[in-house]
Design a binder for this molecule. Structure first.
Ligand code: ZN
Ligand code: ZN
Length: 272
């Protein structure tokens, strides 16, 4: 064989966009997105030790991460973020509002803090992030579309309702992680105090199964390689209810809906 074997091997290496979920729900969230050799951790709701354990479960170490990116300051998304960033000297990206809320609470001393705007795309090495604002009871919450330039992974959790902007951002996605927080009947009949029920169901609370399904019905199911129901309430929802709501919105499309669980998360899924 002639030529440069290493170079042709590199040329053969397919660019991939893939993701794994460390855990999803009100007791802690974490998503790893990897493209082109860059891995970023989106939210870190677990303490340092638990984050290390869950990263190891998907074959990662904190050292293999390039950055941590936050959606908003609620503790199920930030619990371990500052300690992890400090211990492993990882840049911590947040909107000014999220960073301000964090600085008021946990403190951000000795952290390489970087701001992004919820209206403006930015890149962390091989991963391009397109943030978008969401209606949620936090200071400046955002969610994301991640792309390697070819494929697009949409993330939407912690949103009280679907805005036209959210729908247009998620329209051209190849995979979707979508909040199915609660079943409306289970929430109404459950034993949460009325104020908490109202907060969850408010337009700045969390997406219920039907709202998530209504959004999915307006997207292009044929394009979606992965559909993951996420941020399920352990009290006010069941995996079966979330899955059947989303599957009914797919209108017979063969795509299977997967569940990101609180304890097990979800192993690597790749966009091809
Ligand atoms: Zn949350
Ligand atoms: Zn939240």
């Amino acid at each position: 064989m002639t030529g440069e074997p290493e170079k042709s091997a590199a040329r053969r290496t397919k660019r991939t966009l893939r993701f794994a979920i460390l855990g999803s729900g009100s007791r802690g969230n974490g998503l790893v997105v990897e493209a082109d050799g860059t891995a970023i951790l989106v939210d870190c709701g677990f303490n340092l030790r638990e984050t290390e354990r869950r990263l190891a479960r998907v074959g990662m170490t904190p050292e293999s991460l390039s950055a941590i990116v936050l959606t908003h300051e609620h503790s199920d998304h930030v619990n371990g973020a500052a300690p992890l960033a400090r211990r492993y000297r990882l840049p911590l990206w947040a909107t000014p509002g999220t960073a301000g809320a964090l600085a008021d609470g946990a403190g951000l001393a000795k952290i390489d803090l970087r701001h992004f705007s919820a209206q403006e795309a930015f890149a962390i090495d091989g991963v391009r992030l397109e943030p978008y604002p969401v209606p949620h009871d936090a200071r400046e919450p955002s969610q994301f579309v991640f792309t390697d330039g070819a494929r697009r992974l949409g993330l939407l959790t912690d949103a009280g309702h679907i805005t036209p902007h959210i729908e247009s951002v998620l329209q051209p996605c190849d995979a979707l992680i979508l909040e199915c927080n609660h079943d409306l009947d289970m929430l109404a009949e459950g034993d949460y105090p009325p104020s908490l029920k109202a907060r969850i169901a408010s337009p700045h609370g969390h997406l219920d199964n039907d709202a998530a399904a209504a959004l999915l019905a307006r997207l292009d199911p044929g394009r979606l390689q992965h559909i993951v129901a996420a941020h399920l309430s352990e009290k006010n929802n069941t995996p079966w209810l979330a899955r059947s709501s989303l599957e009914s919105a797919l209108n017979g499309a063969a795509r299977r809906v997967e569940i990101a669980s609180q304890e097990g998360g979800l192993g690597w899924r790749e966009l091809v």
